[in-house]
Ligand binder design. Structure first.
Ligand code: NAP
Length: 474
């Protein structure tokens, strides 16, 4: 049986219409998946619903054993997973291996954390009363995930949901369903009871609606664009759906005059150019204090020029292809808009459509202004616009000029100025002299239009738990 849909512990979907999956490096077809509809989605929901009572009754120790088997299989097969990820998503192979390790770290951390889901007792005001707070799994969880981190955006949800005792349905994006299928294949090998994990692929609006309308689905965890996140929140109103939303970002970095420029250049280059800039927390705009502005621009440009653009499977590639034509056109539009409004392109500034793939050079722009498109919208490409600021206060003010509030960065060696910036920024994640702040044990998520709730850390487990208060009269 071809591995297409995974429902109630069986691979199915052979008779359904198929959708092709493309390699963004050259446009070649790398696989096909099933296009399922409401019927199959409902079957996956039913399977998860049926599996919930027995899965939630296992001890956290038993659930951890299953999760650790999945973790170990991911590590054992990290090369296969990584190659598949590069093939359908484009990121350089070394980054794909890094993502598999990062993805596996969520499974391991939550396998352990499931053993520490504590309730509490409350001192009663009446002698004959006992007050208790229980934490219980929310129930069936549906996860809708994006293409930019094909494995980690699944495991960041799957790990805590299963550890908490929930059962799970995943709908991966059309661009990267093969990594998701491979992950579910490993879960199948790990021996999870049938119905605990289910996978559906196909039309996102049909599957999304079936999920949002279902009374059996108690929690929807979404990572993707703010536009789709808003739609899902609206759709979920009818069933008062418990939702977690990991949405778009537009991360600023503030570099102060007392920054260690070695740290600032290395951190900002790492943050911006990894995954070709297609990362929700990657720096989209940089504000640099005037006394170090020219030196900073020059040094970032030197580093950007060293990066090699190409097929992610080729040895030595630092920047892979852009996911698709739309993504490429958005990057080009942002750069053209900046340059036509007076920005200077220090390096890069050009893309190429090459043999079915879309590539963009690492680009550094100076003399940008706050009204340019790139300073107000997520670019999702390898472009760094650098804006001059005269004070700490101006940096904070401009950084906060956005409806988004996911990640922000500050570079300074001063404790007091750094603290002032950290406390002044309206963002859920702050990297202080750190361009790569995410980790399984830390809360990840945004303020404002960047989302609702957190993933990772103890907060990431909260998302899958209900609170039940019991008042008992003796
Ligand atoms: P997207 O277009 O919003 O798609 C995300 C997921 O939603 C995909 O699985 C997509 O499926 C599905 N979808 C699309 N329309 C839907 C609908 N009407 N109903 C239900 N599901 C629907 O986002 P993307 O382009 O894949 O990802 C990039 C975005 O994700 C960026 O904005 C980025 O900042 C954000 N992101 C945020 C985080 C975070 O943690 N905050 C992490 C990573 C990415 P199909 O592809 O099959 O249509």
């Amino acid at each position: 049986m071809e591995k297409l849909l995974y429902i109630n512990g069986s691979w199915t979907g052979d008779s359904l219409e198929k959708i092709e999956v493309f390699n963004p490096a050259n446009g070649e077809v790398v696989g096909t998946v099933a296009s399922c509809g409401k019927e199959e989605t409902d079957a996956a929901i039913d399977a998860a619903h049926k599996a919930f009572p027995s899965w939630s009754k296992l001890t956290a120790y038993e659930r951890a054993d299953y999760l650790m088997k999945l973790h170990d299989l991911m590590i054992e097969q990290k090369e296969e997973l990584a190659e598949l990820m590069t093939l359908e998503m484009g990121k350089p192979l070394k980054e794909s291996v890094g993502e598999v390790m990062y993805a596996a770290s969520f499974i391991k951390w939550y396998a352990e954390e499931g053993k520490r889901i504590y309730g509490r007792t409350i001192p009663s005001s009446a002698e004959n009363k006992r007050m208790q707070v229980l934490r219980q799994p929310v129930g069936v969880v549906a996860a809708i995930t994006p293409w930019n981190f094909p494995a980690a955006m699944i495991t960041r949800k799957l790990g805590p949901a299963l550890a908490a005792g929930c059962t799970f349905i995943v709908k991966p994006p059309k661009e990267t369903p093969l990594t998701a299928i491979k992950l579910v294949e490993l879960a199948d090998q790990a021996g999870f009871p049938k119905g605990v994990i289910n996978l559906v692929t196909g039309s996102s609006s049909v599957i999304g609606k079936a999920i949002m309308d279902s009374e059996k689905v108690r929690k929807v965890t979404f990572t993707g664009s703010t536009e789709i996140g808003k739609k899902l929140i609206e759709q979920g109103a009818a069933t008062v759906k418990n939702v977690s939303m990991e949405l778009g970002g537009h991360a600023p970095a503030v570099v102060l005059e007392d920054a260690d420029l070695n740290k600032a250049v290395a951190g900002i280059v790492a943050s911006k150019f990894r995954n070709a800039g297609q990362t929700c927390i990657c720096i989209n705009r940089v504000y640099v204090q005037e006394s170090v502005y020219e030196e900073f621009v020059e040094r970032v440009a030197v580093e950007a020029k060293k990066l090699k653009v190409g097929n992610g499977l080729d040895e030595g590639t630092d920047i892979g292809p852009i996911i698709n034509k739309d993504g490429y056109e958005k990057i080009s539009e942002h750069v053209e808009n900046a340059v036509s409004n007076g920005a200077e392109c220090v390096t890069g500034g050009k893309g190429r459509a090459d043999n079915g793939g879309y590539y963009y050079e690492p680009t550094v722009l100076k003399n940008v202004s706050q009204d340019m498109l790139i300073m107000n919208e997520e670019t999702f490409g390898p472009v760094i616009p650098i804006h001059k600021i005269s004070s700490v206060e101006e940096g904070i003010r401009l950084a906060n000029t956005s409806p988004f509030g996911l990640a922000a960065y500050v570079y300074t060696e001063s404790m007091s100025k750094g603290t002032q910036v950290v406390e002044g920024l309206d963002y859920g994640i702050i990297g202080w002299n750190d361009g790569v702040p995410s980790a399984a044990q830390a809360p990840f998520g945004g303020m404002k239009e960047s989302g609702l709730g957190r993933e990772g850390g103890v907060e990431g487990m909260e998302a899958y738990l209900e609170t039940k208060y019991v008042s008992f009269v003796l």
